[in-house]
Ligand binder design. Structure first.
Ligand SMILES: Cc1ncc(CO)c(N)n1
Length: 222
């Protein structure tokens, strides 16, 4: 290991990732991610993924609300607030445009039941928010955003033509998003070591859900 690598390994967030590296890499290198990069996700899978993920966004905003409520600095509250604005704006409209492009109707969205992993995410995000524990909230946020940034930054330079694919990559790899992930990590590096067992517990469970979430998209009858 190089000096640079060993000093990054000291970071608390890096320790968390290393402790769950197998599942982390399985999620980041998932078939869904590979097919997203080449624009070859079967339509039925993409539809299912986006229907479920639009619901993920709803619980995610609950969690961001918890972060705004429990952060211990004004600067952090402002950052979460700006991020909540982006998610409620650009990211939400991406979903609506994608549903239209893929021909997903309002009725289809309503009739599709929650996948088990969608329910699991909703539960863990509500649990973390309700705990009013900034460390627990940060652990879940770190997995959700950092893991997505990790796969998005591994995308090839040449992306598929359709915005449905391309924008899902660029929403998770752009200066605003990358800065937010750096902020999330530095916050968890700062407060996590004081409550390490709790951080590990939420981090590990959230990674399992990320993997299950990608898997569930392929469980639809194509
Ligand atoms: C399941 C899942 N995890 C993470 C993200 C990134 O916010 C997302 N949109 N969906």
């Amino acid at each position: 290991m190089t000096d640079a690598a060993s000093s990054t390994a000291q970071r608390f967030t890096e320790q968390l990732r290393q402790a769950n590296l197998t599942q982390w890499e399985q999620a980041v290198g998932h078939r869904f991610v590979q097919e997203l990069f080449t624009g070859t996700v079967p339509d039925a899978v993409m539809k299912q993924y986006l229907i479920q993920d639009h619901r993920f966004l709803d619980s995610f905003l609950t969690l961001l609300g918890g972060a705004i409520a429990t952060a211990d600095t004004f600067e952090a509250r402002l950052r979460f607030g700006r991020f909540a604005g982006m998610v409620s704006g650009d990211e939400n409209t991406y979903f609506l445009r994608a549903f239209e492009a893929l021909g997903v109707t309002e009725a289809q969205r309503q009739q599709t039941p929650d996948a088990t992993s969608t329910k699991g995410f909703s539960a863990i995000m509500r649990e973390a928010a309700a705990s009013r524990d900034y460390t627990a909230i940060l652990a879940v946020l770190n997995v959700a955003e950092w893991l997505y940034q990790d796969w998005a930054t591994r995308a090839p330079a040449q992306l598929p033509e359709s915005f449905v694919y391309t924008e899902w990559v660029t929403l998770h790899d752009n200066p605003f998003f990358n800065e937010f992930v750096a902020f999330l990590r530095s916050e968890l590096d700062r407060v996590g070591p004081g409550n390490a067992a709790l951080a590990h517990d939420f981090f590990q469970r959230a990674i399992g859900l990320e993997l299950a979430f990608f898997d569930q998209a392929y469980q639809v009858a194509a």
